[in-house]
Design a binder for this molecule. Sequence first.
Ligand SMILES: *Cc1c(COP(=O)(O)O)cnc(C)c1O
Length: 420
Amino acid sequence: MTRDALADAAARLDAADPLAALRDAFVGAQTPLVYFDGNSLGRPLRVTAAHLATFVEEAWGGRLIRGWDETWMQLPFTLGDRLGAAVLGAAPGQTVVGDSTTVLLYKLVRAAFDAQQAADPARVELVVDRDNFPTDRFVVEGIAAERGGRVRWIEVDPDRGVDAESLAASIGPATAVVVLSHVAYRSGYLADAGALTALAHRAGAMVVWDLCHSAGAVPVDLDAWNADLAVGCTYKYLGGGPGSPAFAYVAERHQRSLAQPIQGWMGAADVFAMGPEYRPADGMRRYVSGTPPIVGMLPMLDMLALLETHGIDAVRAKSVALTEFAIRVADEILARAGVTVASPRDAAERGGHVTLSHPSMREVTARLWRDDVLPDYREPGGLRIGLSPLSTSFAETLAGLRAVASALAAVGTASAGRAT
Ligand SMILES: *Cc1c(COP(=O)(O)O)cnc(C)c1O
């Protein structure tokens, strides 16, 4: 009798998983393909195809232009409020859906920078960490150049992220705005957002949180953190589909005092007045610029319904169990091939993905993709194992990591062959 302790463990974990049955609700989860990239693009839900068809026939095709008055004008806000309640810890009236994360980041960081400058011209610094996602760094650099500000870089350990010590060393009376990721896209480091927000506030700074890698996998508590501003993707853990619109949060206390830079007719106080000048709406509408991308908002409604039913705490519990199991498997079968875990080992400091490092991971990723095992690769040498909690099983996780071991062995053999 052969005993496979890891396969037994995976089977036990799947049998005990209260969310296991949800996997069947996703397109493709029934095939042997291993999906480790739900943190870049979540799998679609099977019900979404029918919902999109109904939308074309009945809402778009049937209601036509009346659809705007009936539901679409409000959808960015009603959907925002549902996201706020289910996954963001935000009371109603503070969240809107539209644009991309990059564009919303630009609007909010610039609005915050301008407000801080107006209140105190000595606040010229935009603070961001060297390992933040490229768009966050690029937007901050662009705003600094455009507004005569200065970028202050936080140096971080790339296997971790920004903590209280590194933030405290980078903020002070010159700080205008701090831009931070809740979960670091590379290492998966989960920041203590409440504590970092309080620290920044004590220095007189405003904080913009990027929630792309946490929303839908890790509990977010914007109101409890006393957050100022936040943005995030919906095509990652929120299942919105390729290029689905992002969300923005503006704390109620800031809404009327911030002026976002892309003023358009859809953010005006009276949208259909077609008046001679721009007067921004009160509340979240002022953060809208142009016509909202309604079609792009539809698939995430199905994922949101699941999150509302099961609750983010159950999703987080599954996510922690998946990443713990992935680290255990990596330690048992990949460490001897020289693979290291480049993510925090303490679950309280880790989001929904685990990064495994090895100099050959670029080649390993190319092999895995050919074999229908889909992680992603991030320089330098990082294999990102994204474990979307609702659509990933423990058996799938084990199968994928065993494929990593085989690919590493094959790459090693191939390069040894070349050397001789
Ligand atoms: C995925 C991601 C983005 C993406 O921004 P887009 O405008 O949707 O391309 C931004 N920030 C972080 C931290 C991300 O992980």
